[in-house]
Every structure is written in structure tokens, then in C-alpha cells.
Design a protein around this ligand. Structure first.
Ligand code: PLP
Length: 427
């Protein structure tokens, strides 16, 4: 038995009695790769430490939260200081203003915003706002994009939903999804045809501008421009779900990288530094429809939580230094170059964008959900477990993205590229 196996078994047995599948979010289970989820007790920089203290190189980084690595000193200090002042004020606070000013600096399209506690709440509220503003009901999304577990957005959703037997969730009434249309990602023609027929009924199109929940899939040239054009022409709102891409791809997210201005933006993950914070925002004109100024009701006991605000502020302050993204990009590019060589002529393929990447067990180009689903899940399972045995913690599904943070050293990434190459040769 490997060291610590008994502690793992004990923890899992107890968790299985307490939580469905022993986990509090299905993506943490190993359902897609087989075997049991690992318990970790702490994290530092680029590493997670299991119950016996063994370090694993972490490519999950709390699902994209920790761009500065685990345990960033300034973040920890800010949380400690804020704790002494208050964990939750239940009133407006200066901390909210400070974080919002930085977000607005990075995302000028978010003239006003509203803090919530999760990405799910952000997208749910964004579509409510879009429906109110347009006085229409239809929402268009894309197959394999994941926007949280909002009933109406779980239709053909990505992430953990892809490991479900059906392409949505049971327990959702038909009424909740009858106004959701899901189209293939990267297919401008399908979108144009749909808008030709029903464009005047579309309240909003919601999209992950770089899709990262069916594995990583970049938008093909012209796709996001087409979305923007059709929405503008038909009076529909364009919602960029930047819960992953916001502050990940660049200061200003995917909208800065691709030069497209959405009507509403949703952010999460990085802005809370590992504490529950997310937000949605847009023009002043739109956002004044939100209560208490307007008729769209949306609220939250812990919204704008001061611990999360203080922590997020420290992260964004560090990200504002352009060198942070520059270094991350350079380190990631060097790693991808090595990976590219290692992957050539194997049964695997690499998709990458800045510090986000996916290794598909599929050597062909992956541009949409059907391409992604053509990947060999058994082969990926073997790949995952072989890397885990080498103390590398990959996301336990090929439909999730891997995240490189600024605490992943060039040396660790070099070793990782070598481990990946050897693993591919052996399995
Ligand atoms: N939108 C995207 C693009 C996501 O990746 C996620 C979660 O991974 C969400 C929304 C939902 O965020 P949360 O898990 O914080 O509810």
C-alpha cells in the first residue's frame, strides 16, 4: 500500500457517507477517469499536498482560481487583516469599491457591476437582466459551454455535465429550458440561420469567448465577430461568460484579447482569490435596471463579502503589472513548444491559449463539442492515472482545462513536459 493510502481510504469512506459520491462538486470526483478522488490537506505555490504530506504538481489550481499560485503572501495577509475587522458586514464596504474600481479599469465595458458569490449566480443574473432589458425570452448558448448549474443553462452543457448520462440534468422542468437554444460552438453559419428565423426573439447570446469546459477550444477566426454583429443587428444582448477567461487571458480578459465589446460580462474565480466572489456588469444604462434602482431583483447575504473583496483586490493589484502576464505567457509558450514536440505523432492533441491548455486524447483538431467527444476517454483515463502516479495532479477529465500559474517554475514545467512525453510513450 502506498504511504497514506489508509488515511485516504478512511477519509473517502467517511465522505461517501456524508456527500453524494464523497464530493461537494462532481468535477472533483474521478468519475471520468475511474478510481477514487484524492484528498489534499494544504497547498502552496504550484503544489498540493496530500494527507501524508506528499506534494503534487497542481494543474487544476482550484479550477482556475489561483493564477498567482496557492497561498500568495499578500492575499493571505489581506485575509488575516480583514478577518480582524469583519468577515461579513452586511452593509456597503470600501473593500467592494476598491475591487470594483480595478475590475472596471480592466473591463471598461463594465461601467457598473454587481458582486455575487459564484459564477452560477453571475450568469443566472445576467440572463435575467438581458431578458428584462430586451423584453424577450430566448437565450442562445453553445453546446459544451458551461455557465454554472443554472437550470436554463444546463442544456447541452460542458464540464461535469459531459460525464452525466444525459446532456443536461434531471430535475429541470421543461418550462425552464424551453427558451434555451443550444447551437454548435464555432459554427457561424448555424448561428446566422438561427438569427434569420428567430433573431427578433433572442434576448441574449451567452458564450465562453474561449471555451474551457469541453476541454479548451479557441474561437475560430470570425466567430466572436459574427456573434457581436448578429446581436447588434437584432437587438439581442451579447453576454461574455468570462468566469474562466477574465483576468486569465489578459488584464481585460478575452474581450481585450479579441477586441470585442459584450453587453454583459460575467466574472468569477480569479476575482475572489479562492474566496466566494463573482460579478456581472455592463453599461450604466443596463445596470440601472437592477434593484434597488430598477425592476430586476437580485440579492445576496454574502454578496461583496469583505474577505473575498480584500483578497481579490490583492490579486488584481499584482495582475495589473503587465510583467505578470508577460512572464506567464513566456513560461507557458516554452512549455507548449516542448509539449508540441512530445505530442507529435501520438494519439494526443494539444490546445492552448496563454496559461490555459488541454491535452485531448484525440490527435485531430477539436473545434466543437462533437470533436471533443470523439476523444478516447479510456486512453485519457490511463494518461491521467499514469501522471498521478508521478505526482502530477491533472484535472480528472479531458473536458476540463489545465491551468498554469505564476508559481509554476520553468524547471517544474520542463519536468512536466518530459513526464508527459514518457507517459504518452508508455500507455
Ligand atoms: N461559467 C464558467 C465559464 C465556468 O467555468 C464556471 C465554473 O467552472 C461557471 C460559470 C460557474 O461558476 P461557479 O462554479 O463559481 O458557480
Amino acid at each position: 500500500m502506498p504511504p497514506g493510502a489508509d488515511k485516504q481510504a478512511q477519509a473517502l469512506a467517511q465522505a461517501k457517507e456524508l456527500f453524494p459520491g464523497g464530493v461537494n462538486s462532481p468535477v472533483r470526483s474521478f468519475a471520468a477517469v475511474g478510481g477514487n478522488p484524492l484528498f489534499f490537506k494544504k497547498a502552496q505555490g504550484a503544489y498540493l499536498f496530500d494527507l501524508s504530506g506528499k506534494p503534487y504538481l497542481d494543474l487544476v489550481q482550484s479550477w482556475g482560481v489561483h493564477i498567482l499560485g496557492h497561498g500568495n503572501k499578500k492575499v493571505v495577509k489581506a485575509i488575516q487583516s480583514q478577518c480582524k475587522l469583519s468577515c461579513s458586514l452586511g452593509s456597503p464596504s470600501i473593500q467592494e469599491n476598491k475591487l470594483a474600481e480595478l475590475i472596471k479599469d480592466a473591463f471598461p465595458s463594465m461601467e457598473m457591476m454587481r458582486f455575487v458569490s459564484s459564477g452560477t449566480e453571475a450568469t443566472m443574473s445576467a440572463i435575467r437582466l438581458a431578458r428584462a432589458a430586451s423584453n424577450r425570452q430566448l437565450i442562445v448558448k453553445f453546446d459544451g459551454c458551461y455557465h454554472g448549474h443554472v437550470d436554463s443553462l444546463l442544456v447541452k452543457a460542458g464540464s461535469g455535465v459531459l460525464n452525466q448520462v444525459s446532456s443536461a440534468s434531471s430535475g429541470i422542468v421543461q418550462d425552464q429550458i424551453q427558451n434555451t437554444v443550444s447551437l454548435p460552438y464555432n459554427d457561424s453559419e448555424a448561428l446566422k440561420r438561427f438569427f434569420l428565423e428567430k433573431g427578433t426573439q433572442v434576448a441574449a447570446v451567452i458564450v465562453e469567448p474561449v471555451a474551457a469546459n469541453m476541454g479548451l477550444i479557441l474561437p475560430v477566426h470570425g466567430f466572436l465577430q459574427c456573434l457581436r454583429g448578429l446581436c447588434t443587428a437584432h437587438g439581442s444582448l451579447l453576454i461574455f461568460d468570462e468566469v474562466i477567461t477574465g483576468f486569465r487571458l489578459a488584464w481585460g480578459g478575452a474581450q481585450a484579447v479579441f477586441g470585442i465589446v459584450p453587453d454583459i460580462t460575467c466574472l468569477g474565480k480569479i476575482i475572489g482569490a479562492g474566496l466566494p466572489a463573482a460579478c456581472y456588469g455592463g453599461s450604466k444604462q443596463l445596470m440601472t435596471l437592477i434593484a434597488p434602482l430598477g425592476p430586476v431583483y437580485q440579492a445576496g447575504t454574502l454578496s461583496g463579502n469583505p474577505l473575498a473583496m480584500a483578497a481579490g483586490y490583492q490579486v488584481l493589484k499584482q495582475l495589473k503589472n503587465p510583467e505578470t502576464y508577460q512572464q506567464l505567457a513566456e513560461k507557458s509558450a516554452a512549455f507548449y513548444q516542448k509539449l508540441d514536440r512530445a505530442i507529435d505523432k501520438t494519439r494526443f492533441g494539444l490546445a492552448q491559449c496563454q496559461s490555459l491548455f488541454t491535452i485531448f486524447a484525440n490527435p485531430r483538431p477539436v473545434n466543437n463539442l462533437s470533436d471533443a467527444l470523439a476523444s478516447d476517454s479510456l486512453l485519457f483515463g490511463r494518461f491521467f492515472h499514469a501522471l498521478l502516479a508521478k505526482a502530477v495532479y491533472f484535472p480528472p477529465s479531458q473536458f476540463e482545462a489545465c491551468f498554469i500559474g505564476n508559481r509554476h517554475s520553468a524547471k517544474a514545467l520542463d519536468r512536466l513536459a518530459q513526464s508527459i512525453q514518457k507517459t504518452m510513450e508508455l500507455i
